[in-house]
Design a protein around this ligand. Sequence first.
Ligand code: CDP
Ligand code: MG
Length: 162
Amino acid sequence: MFKPTVALCRQLTLGLLKPDLCANPIAVSQIQKRIREANFEVVETKDLVWTKSEAEKFYSEHEGKFFFERLVGYMTSGPFQALILSKDNAIKDWRSLIGPTHPVRASINAPDTLRSIYGLTDTRNSFHGSDSDETAKREIEIFFPEFDVEQWRTKEKKDSSS
Ligand code: CDP
Ligand code: MG
């Protein structure tokens, strides 16, 4: 019989509940419920407001694109929430739960996703999710400099193999 040699390991991702969403406390509590139902552990949360330069730095990969100024304006428009989420396949599963970047496309192709339900426009799409292990580490360190990603991963590997 096939026996996997590598144990399944929990993964971390960085999620954002963007400003349009955080302006609506009822929506935030509905989303917390969806997060729990999808078996994510909420490891840390932080409420914050960004300066223009913080938003520009986080989204620097999009600098020069037509939507960049619009995105920075949106992300500095009010308080928002950062979350460290954990589960098996957290990165892929969180991006699946939030759905496609564009809410209109999400409502057609993935109507049950969070961006389909809560997203407003291509820019004001209510959620962010890291897209790789490397990005997750970089993004977690931006919002939670006190959180040691490598230490968490080492402990997780040890726990899952014992
Ligand atoms: O957030 P995600 O990784 O799904 O998409 P992205 O392509 O990395 O874009 C980052 C963010 O830029 C999106 O979440 C949108 O808020 C914004 N965006 C936009 O305003 N207009 C677009 N045409 C594409 C993205
Ligand atoms: Mg992205």
